[in-house]
Structure formats: C-alpha cells, structure tokens
Design a protein around this ligand. Structure first.
Ligand code: FAD
Ligand code: FES
Length: 328
C-alpha cells in the first residue's frame, strides 16, 4: 500500500481537513480520536510510518484566527487503516462518496487547552491536520528479527502502530511491554484482569489495540495494580532472564524522558539496539523554528567540539538511543 500510494500522490505530507469518525474513551483518562481522510489526503496518510506524528490545529476550522491555541499540538499516530474495525470501530463508520478513505487514530490525554478542545470534537466535525511528520522507526528488514515495543504512559500509542506494521511486514516475534504508574493510567482498553506477569502475556488479550497484530503484551504498573509490579525496565529485565533468546531483540521505546533514559542505559549495558521516540516542546513541527532541539553525544575526536543538536520534529522524533545525550 505504501509505495503505491506514494507514487499516486507524489507527496509525503500535507495540510488536510480530516473528519472525526469516532471519539472513544481509552482507559480511565485517555481518548482515542479516529480521523477520516479522503482522496489525496488518504493517499498521503496511508504512507505514514510508526513513530511519525501529526500537528493538530486544536481550534475552530472556520475561525482559525479568532480561536486559541494558535500553536498546533503534536500527537503521535497510533494506527492507520482502511478497515475501521482494525482501529476499534464498527463497519458503519465509512463515508459515502469519498473515494478512498483512510482512517488515522490518535490517542491523547487531556492536558491543557489543545487536548481539551480535541475532547469536545464530535463525530462529523472537521479538524485541520498537518502530517505525517518526522522520521519514524527503522523497521527491521529481516522478518526473523525479534522486536520489543516498550511504551510508557501516553508513549504507548506509536507502539500499537509499530506492532501493526511489523505484523504486515511478516515479523512474528514481537513483544509489547506497556507501563504506567497505576492501572487507571494505561492509555488503552484493558480487556480482562491480568493478575500475574505470565497471565499478562496472552497475545492481544489484555490490550485491545494490540489485538489486530496479535502481539503478546506484558503490563507493568509501578504500584502492582495490574500485571507486573514495577517499571518497564524491571519487567524487561525479568522477561529476558526467563527468555534468553530475546536478548538479541531490537528495542523500540516511547514514553517520558526518565523512562527512555533508563531503557537506553539498559540496552547499552546489554548490547541491545534501541530506538527511542522523543518528545519536546514544538512550535512549527516542520524544522523551521528550532524550538525542539535535543543534544546528541559527541563521539571520538568530536568530544571537544561544540555540542551537536538535532531537531525532534525533522530529524526525529525517532533516534538511535545510543546517540542521544541523556544528561544534557
Ligand atoms: C512528537 C510528539 C508526539 C506526541 N504524542 C502525543 C500523544 O500521542 N498523545 C498525547 O496525549 N500527547 C502527545 N504529545 C504531547 C502533546 O503534544 C502535548 O502534551 C501538548 O502540549 C498538549 O497540548 P495542550 O494544549 O492540551 O496542553 P499544554 O497546555 O500545551 O500543556 C499541558 C502541560 O503539558 C506540558 N507539556 C506540553 N508539551 C509537552 C511536551 N512535549 N513534553 C512534556 N510536557 C509537555 C506543559 O508544560 C503543561 O504542563 C506528543 C508530543 C510530541 C512532541
Ligand atoms: S518544532 Fe520548529 S523546528 Fe522543530
């Protein structure tokens, strides 16, 4: 689908009007917004890659200059599909007479004015979107590569998209590790009780969004209110001790910076390749304003030279974890 769509449209991103196809509660504090794209916008959004994001204008489309907030809000893409059922909807969500329709799911938590505005958009409302933006995860070319997807808090959504794409590419050894402080803070639908670490590892059973890719998932709650009691790094460590063959896996991670730093350190100590999806404050989202710069490690003879910075919006948000300067 990707290459074909790209050839048809000749564009990799754009500014589009999307229509709300669904607004769903996810967990106690999060929402999933499914956006419908038609025509050329559908061709472009179909090419989105896991790890990429959209810049959402969280304001009235008919009065853009009158309403706040003026800055767009970056939100990760958590799923792209032509099949509404794959994104947790019923069949009746397809639009008539729109040609090719592609649905894009984003998952968010209400933080401030932007996400609060999003939470009030009903089915049928129109939203101005720029995307897909940034560079996504480098997916393994070898189908036999094992991949561990680690998502903390609202860093989990890009992992659902990664799981779907890895499955489509034929990778079957994929494991999800989802972490949150407590049960109510998971940004997904927990379908059943998961009392123990082993019980939580039933493919697709406990997290609805991992269902279509049939990805087994290990839930880790800091307070032990569901799944493994502890953080995602402790859960990963325990899993690898019992499943040595997974030590060669590649790790994709997204979540709060302290979590990403801990995952990066763990992977470095255990010689595992790790890609991290970073967040930063963003102005433009397209590499112009420089507000999203992150420091990279200086290596070898570059050690004495001035720090190198990369833009999260344009060079990332996905980076090789070993290259990020976590202490900057
Ligand atoms: C690449 C990228 C992907 C993202 N994906 C998601 C996602 O999938 N779901 C989601 O809910 N959020 C995501 N975010 C974060 C989201 O863009 C911000 O939380 C946004 O500011 C919310 O807008 P608001 O107006 O509701 O809240 P604001 O008023 O802008 O912010 C509310 C609070 O969040 C803090 N904050 C704002 N932006 C950030 C940030 N980038 N990092 C840390 N703290 C911040 C502010 O200091 C403030 O305390 C992502 C951010 C980036 C850069
Ligand atoms: S947000 Fe403007 S350069 Fe990255």
């Amino acid at each position: 689908m990707n290459k074909e769509s790209q050839k048809k449209s000749g564009r990799t991103r754009g500014q589009f009007v999307a229509r709300v196809a669904a607004q769903l509660q996810r967990g106690e504090h999060h929402r999933a917004l499914v956006l419908s794209f038609c025509g050329e916008s559908a061709e472009v959004m179909a090419c989105a890659e896991p790890g990429q994001f959209v810049q959402v204008a969280c304001r009235d489309i008919s009065r853009p200059r009158m309403s706040v907030p003026q800055l767009r809000r970056p939100i990760s893409i958590s799923g792209v599909s032509e099949d509404p059922i794959a994104l947790g909807l019923g069949n009746g969500h397809c639009r008539d007479g729109c040609g090719r329709e592609v649905m894009v799911r984003i998952i968010y938590r209400v933080h401030g004015p932007g996400t609060n505005w999003l939470a009030h958009q009903a089915v049928g409302e129109e939203i101005d979107i720029i995307g897909p933006l940034g560079r996504g995860f480098n997916l393994p070319k070898d189908k036999d590569t094992r991949v561990i997807l680690i998502g903390g808090g609202v860093g989990l959504p890009p992992m659902f998209f990664s799981a779907d794409r890895l499955k489509r590419n034929g990778c079957s050894d994929v494991l999800g590790i989802a972490g949150a402080a407590t049960r109510g803070l998971f940004c997904c639908d927990l379908l059943n009780e998961a009392d123990g670490i082993e019980d939580a590892l039933v493919p697709g059973k406990y997290v609805r969004e991992f269902g279509p890719s049939n990805t087994p998932v290990l839930l880790a709650a800091d307070d032990g209110s569901i799944g493994f009691k502890g953080n995602v790094v402790q859960a990963l460590d325990g899993y690898l001790k019992r499943n040595e063959q997974w030590r060669s896996a590649e790790v994709f991670a997204c979540g709060p910076k302290p979590m990403l730093r801990a995952v990066a350190n763990f992977c470095q100590e255990h010689s595992m390749n790790c890609q991290v999806c970073l967040e930063s404050y963003m102005g433009c989202g397209i590499g112009v304003c420089q507000s999203c710069a992150v420091a990279m490690r200086s290596e070898g003879k570059d050690r004495e030279s001035p720090k190198k910075y990369r833009l999260v919006c344009a060079h990332g948000p996905v980076f090789d974890a070993a290259k990020v300067d976590w202490d900057a």
